[in-house]
Design a protein around this ligand. Structure first.
Ligand SMILES: Cc1cc2nc3c(=O)[nH]c(=O)nc-3n(C[C@H](O)[C@H](O)[C@H](O)COP(=O)(O)OP(=O)(O)OC[C@H]3O[C@@H](n4cnc5c(N)ncnc54)[C@H](O)[C@@H]3O)c2cc1C
Ligand code: FES
Length: 305
């Protein structure tokens, strides 16, 4: 199986990387014991949809904030003290130096506690984790993003990266689906994307709705209607499992190969650093070998998702 992601991003941590006090500083990684979160302060909260909030946080240590970097597609563990921590995609622009951002859908204990936070509250962050998308290897290609619901969070930083390096990519095409117009995250970005001539943006909702002027229909059906040319194209897919299942069938019908079709897996994590074995799929740990995988890589794994 070809490893199509960058070698550096796929490096697995060793015990020496995580023992308390060991020198674990590495490019793009927080220094110190990887189980100990960095303290950060919430500086802004954006209510994206009725159930999703975006949190902008600044690390309390200015040196950590300044040196923080991540690759598009990487994730972090965001924790509320006394409650617990959960995994979220980093949704800031990779070039952002003022804050780190996560978008959180209310689901259970941790996400409800996160939704109760106010500006000025403290959180714990362990980030970045996992591997990102191989953006360098994709230079010169058309990038097609297909996303639904909170799947937009997993692809947000990658879209931002493509837009910041627009000249490196032959095309940027975004298909974004939501159940209802009020359920699109990043409406302020959508407004900007719609004005740009160098982005092909298709928005779709599941059912007709008063005042809605874009597409109507489920993401896989709209994808088939769009009929994108697979030549020199990378497709990145993220959304609810049912959307992924049917969109994959559509991609195969359209002639996309598993090697040019990527997704980012949501598999519950605990340590986030390849030690506890909580997130494995066959021999792969989603927290270090993923969450980004090509379909060719996933086809090699046991059906445990
Ligand atoms: C790599 C990765 C990236 C993610 N990125 C984001 C993101 O950007 N934004 C976002 O809102 N969420 C994201 N998630 C999902 C997020 O981690 C879960 O919603 C969160 O852990 C729920 O925690 P909780 O304590 O609120 O819920 P819990 O109380 O633990 O669970 C509430 C309910 O949701 C189910 N559940 C919780 N987490 C998951 C999961 N990961 N998979 C399947 N079922 C689950 C539980 O079984 C339970 O039914 C991501 C998950 C992973 C693994
Ligand atoms: S979360 Fe512990 S090994 Fe992946």
């Amino acid at each position: 199986m070809a490893d199509t992601t960058s070698g550096a991003a796929k490096k697995r941590l060793t015990f020496a990387d995580v023992v308390p006090g060991a020198s674990t500083a590495k490019a793009g990684k927080l220094a110190g014991n990887s189980y100990v979160p960095e303290i950060a302060t919430v500086v802004e909260i954006i209510q994206e949809t009725p159930t999703i909030k975006t949190f902008r946080m600044r690390f309390d240590d200015p040196a950590v904030m300044e040196s923080f970097s991540f690759a598009p597609g990487q994730v972090g563990q965001l924790g509320v003290f006394g409650v617990g921590e959960s995994t979220f995609a980093i949704t800031s622009k990779p070039s952002e130096k003022e804050f780190i951002q996560f978008s959180v859908m209310r689901a259970g204990e941790v996400t409800q506690a996160l939704h109760k936070l106010s500006v000025g509250d403290k959180v714990g962050i362990r980030a970045p984790m996992g591997c990102g998308f191989p953006m360098d290897a994709w230079k010169g290609k058309k990038i097609l993003f297909v996303m639904g619901g909170i799947g937009s969070a997993a692809l947000k930083a990658t879209i931002e990266y493509c837009l910041e390096h627009r000249a490196d990519y032959q095309g940027v095409n975004i298909l974004y689906g939501a159940t209802h117009p009020t359920n699109f995250t990043y409406q302020y970005d959508i407004d900007e994307w719609q004005k740009r001539e160098d982005i092909d943006l298709t928005l779709t909702i599941d059912r007709e709705c008063d005042g809605w002027q874009c597409d109507v229909g489920m993401v896989p059906a709209v994808l088939e209607r769009m009929n994108p040319d697979p030549a020199n194209t990378i497709a990145i897919l993220c959304g609810p499992p049912i959307m992924i299942k049917f969109a994959l069938i559509s991609f195969m019908k359209l002639g996309f190969t598993p090697e040019q079709t990527y997704t980012t897996l949501e598999k519950r994590m605990k340590c986030g650093i390849g030690i506890c074995g909580r997130c494995n799929v066959g021999p792969k740990y989603v927290c270090v070998d993923g969450p980004v995988f090509s379909m060719a890589e996933l086809n090699e794994l046991p059906d445990e998702l």
